[in-house]
Design a protein around this ligand. Structure first.
Ligand SMILES: *Cc1c(COP(=O)(O)O)cnc(C)c1O
Length: 388
């Protein structure tokens, strides 16, 4: 049933569409990763990454999916039995928590309803109770990709400071970096975790850790076993432009190009573009008469929107109709909201017409699936996008 022509619409919230420029950059002979040309490439990239993380600190690049970068953040800074604080914002927070527990870390997992972000007041209260400083870290997801809720990291930092607590702050920015404003240094983050395949517009395969001075000192004490993920090898070889083992050479060509593209557009313009697409998508949902998962407007995600189907309608049936008829992939509901929501990814390489095509596909899909709608989301989004 899939249409035989035209391009596939990949509108999941990651992996995202890879721009032609990045694809062409990757499509090059693999070079010697211990040679002089490679060293130049690495140094250029490590410098460019700092601008995206908004940091003067080291950004380490692992040949890994984002999950590997999660593990690197934990094993380099913590010891067996250490207590950390995490917050149940959705599926990704739940998975990071499960990983920490498997590694032998004691996680205090504050329950959430999957419709809100991290509550800074609860973090402050938990830390204030911990007068003997047993809690070694607070680890939160900035943009919860399963729900389309973005937590206010600046306020989380404020909560830790208000409790005068020395816990490290670790933040997963896998689906926010390069799409939503994020400031590693200014917000006093100790480890920022990133990945290549979302806002950075690359294929999957690179994981990042930006590491503060405090995180580096913690690494000196931390005793969880680590080998592949050990920051030391990276820190020893990166200054010369090298890696302790074979890096993802061709993805790094792509990364250099993607960083260049972000710089050309300007990060503020990139964020504004994402804000605008998110607003248009929410207006479409409102016009359809469908709820979105995010309930607090201060926490709306600019990189994706999770929309709920009415009771009695499985969101995955709708997704199947849309894939079969229009060759468009939308994000499935994950974990606790499986079957209740579908997710529209509006991050990375897209423009007004990409978004309009996406919303048209959803609107037609709703009609074919027999899900009644109040009005036209497409019309509402067009009106918004053409107004400014
Ligand atoms: C995609 C994602 C992950 C997992 O990354 P993988 O590359 O699939 O390992 C973790 N956290 C968030 C917020 C994500 O969006």
């Amino acid at each position: 049933m899939t249409p035989p022509a035209g391009r596939h619409f990949l509108q999941i919230p990651g992996p995202t569409n890879v721009p032609d420029r990045v694809l062409r950059a990757i499509n090059r002979p693999t070079i010697d990763h211990r040679g002089p040309d490679f060293s130049k490439l690495t140094l250029e990239i490590l410098d460019g990454l700092k601008k995206v993380f908004k940091t003067q600190a080291n950004v380490l690049v692992f040949p890994a999916s984002g999950t590997g970068a999660w593990e690197a953040a934990l094993v380099n800074t913590l010891s067996p039995g250490d207590r950390i604080l995490m917050f149940e914002t959705g599926q990704f927070a739940t998975l990071w928590c499960a990983m920490a527990r498997k590694l032998g870390i004691e996680v205090d997992f504050i329950p959430g309803d999957w419709r809100h972000g991290v509550d800074p007041a609860q973090i402050e209260a938990r830390l204030a109770e911990d007068s003997s400083h047993q809690i070694k870290a607070v680890a939160v997801v900035h943009n919860e990709t399963s729900t389309g809720v973005a937590s206010r990291i600046r306020e989380v930092r404020g909560a830790i400071d208000a409790a005068s607590h020395p816990a490290l702050l670790m933040v997963d920015t896998i689906s926010s970096l390069g799409s939503i404003d994020y400031r590693h240094d200014e917000w006093g983050v100790d480890v920022t975790v990133g990945g290549s395949q979302k806002g950075l517009m690359l294929p999957p395969g690179l994981g990042f850790n930006a590491v503060s001075e405090r995180a580096l000192s913690a690494a000196g004490e931390a005793s969880l076993p680590r080998s592949y993920w050990d920051w030391d090898g990276m820190l020893a070889t990166n200054p010369q432009g090298f890696f302790p083992y074979t890096p993802s050479t061709n993805l790094l060509y792509g990364l250099r190009e993607a960083l260049q593209m972000l710089e050309e557009e300007g990060l503020d313009a990139v964020f504004a573009r994402h804000d605008r697409f998110a607003e248009a998508t929410r207006r479409a949902a409102t016009a359809w008469g469908l709820d979105i998962l995010a309930q607090d407007e201060r926490e709306y995600s600019s990189s994706l929107t999770a929309i709920m189907t009415p009771d009695g309608y499985d969101a995955d049936d709708l997704r199947k109709v849309i894939l079969d008829r229009f060759d468009m992939s939308l994000g499935t509901g994950l974990g606790k909201v499986k079957g209740r929501t579908f997710r529209i990814g509006h991050l990375g390489d897209l423009n007004d017409l990409t978004l309009m095509g996406t919303l048209a596909g959803v609107e037609m899909g709703l009609d074919i699936a027999g899900i009644s709608r109040a009005g036209s989301g497409v019309a509402a989004a067009m009106e918004f996008l053409s107004a400014d």
